[in-house]
Design a protein around this ligand. Structure first.
Ligand SMILES: [Zn+2]
Length: 384
């Protein structure tokens, strides 16, 4: 018992230690909590709740304090969209920001970078897409091309007319209406013939041919050699003055153009045409191949020079040594048909007297048969 008493007496002395221990532990815990809280707040700033309104959407989202309005829109999954200008047919975007989306906070327009505060109402109103306007335009529809090589008189085609509805900005064709179909060129069914004279101009024969044609009121086509045109342009000027048409018969009557290199074709065909224009004469509308020799490259070169290749239906063979008035007339009567292109010569030799003698008689005879004299291409055709 004696030992117990002192123990009891000492008890109150132990009390301060337990209080200190409790205070220390509490202080440590509080400190740890404070540090943890401080660190937590360092990583995750305070958040603000804002209300986002967009097309088909109205919800509250939380964003970090200090983040912009754009972050609230992103959190709500509603970035809005700008109204675009679209093309009339394919709806291609012509202008992506024709009508930009409008962003407001509490009813006031703001920049996406502005910072909202808690309970702000962030609203985005989409822009409206618009389709460009249209207009009606008239478009010529070209006729199909003429045959490459003409042996008969052809009537020119005529362009058709189309009415297109097109986008004013994109020029896309929305719809197309054929108002009038094009007319294809075609061999004439009219009772006509076209006289053509090759290998001139000749100081001896061309004026005589012109005199006969003038007396008979006939217009013809002259396929002239460029070098001769250049040597005597006044002869060709007389041809033009007589109301006749010109045809390119190459620069130097080159009969070897089949398979020739392009440079040779350009020199002979382009050079033949230049002989006219270089002397103030009209560009020839036609091309006649010397000797009748043609291939695709020649035809393409002629086309590129905007000339029409002429062949012939009737070869009068006035170029043959034994030709005379009767032989020429016989060839014409044997071969002539409606629209026939007739080949004669006002140059290329010293004996064209037979041509001069036969010409007037042939004209009279053909005319008596009902033929009229035209150029190789006539028209336009009357509307269908
Ligand atoms: Zn010739």
């Amino acid at each position: 018992m004696a030992r117990r008493s002192p123990r009891r007496a000492r008890r109150p002395k132990r009390h301060p230690y337990r209080v200190v221990a409790f205070l220390v532990v509490t202080a440590l815990l509080a400190g740890a909590t404070a540090v943890a809280t401080y660190r937590y707040q360092d990583r995750r700033p305070a958040q603000v709740a804002v209300r986002v309104q967009a097309t088909g959407l109205d919800r509250w989202v939380h964003i970090d304090q200090g983040e912009p309005v754009a972050a609230a829109l992103l959190a709500a999954g509603a970035l809005g969209h700008d109204g675009r200008l679209l093309s009339a047919k394919d709806h291609k975007v012509l202008d992506p920001r024709l009508d930009p989306a409008v962003l407001t906070v509490d009813g006031k327009r703001v920049d996406p970078a502005s910072v909202p505060v808690a309970r702000d109402v962030v609203a985005i109103v989409d822009g409206t897409d618009r389709v460009e306007g249209t207009e009606v335009v008239q478009v010529d529809v070209p006729p199909p091309p003429m045959d490459d090589v003409l042996a008969h008189v052809y009537e020119r085609g005529r362009p058709g007319r189309r009415q297109d509805v097109v986008g004013v900005r994109s020029r896309e064709v929305v719809s197309s209406t054929l108002v009038r179909p094009p007319l294809a060129p075609k061999r004439t069914a009219a009772k006509v013939v076209a006289l053509t004279f090759d290998d001139g101009p000749s100081a001896t024969w061309t004026p005589q041919v012109l005199a006969v044609l003038k007396a008979k009121h006939v217009h013809a086509t002259f396929c002239e050699i460029g070098q001769q045109v250049a040597a005597s342009p006044e002869l060709t000027k007389a041809v033009v003055a007589g109301g006749h048409q010109l045809c390119n018969h190459t620069l130097g009557h080159d009969e070897g153009l089949k398979g020739a290199p392009q440079a040779t074709l350009d020199e002979q065909i382009g050079g033949g045409a230049a002989a006219f224009t270089d002397h103030g004469l009209p560009a020839p509308a036609y091309y006649r191949p010397p000797g009748g020799f043609l291939d695709d490259a020649i035809k393409a070169t002629v086309k590129a020079n905007k000339e029409q290749t002429l062949y012939w239906k009737v070869d009068t063979e006035d170029w043959r040594a034994g030709a005379n008035t009767l032989s020429i007339l016989r060839h014409i009567l044997d071969q002539v048909d409606d629209g026939a292109i007739i080949l004669m010569h006002d140059g290329g030799g010293s004996k064209r007297q037979a041509t001069i003698d036969a010409l007037g008689i042939a004209i009279d005879h053909l005319r008596a048969d009902g033929y009229r004299f035209t150029f190789p291409i006539i028209g336009p055709q009357p509307p269908a």
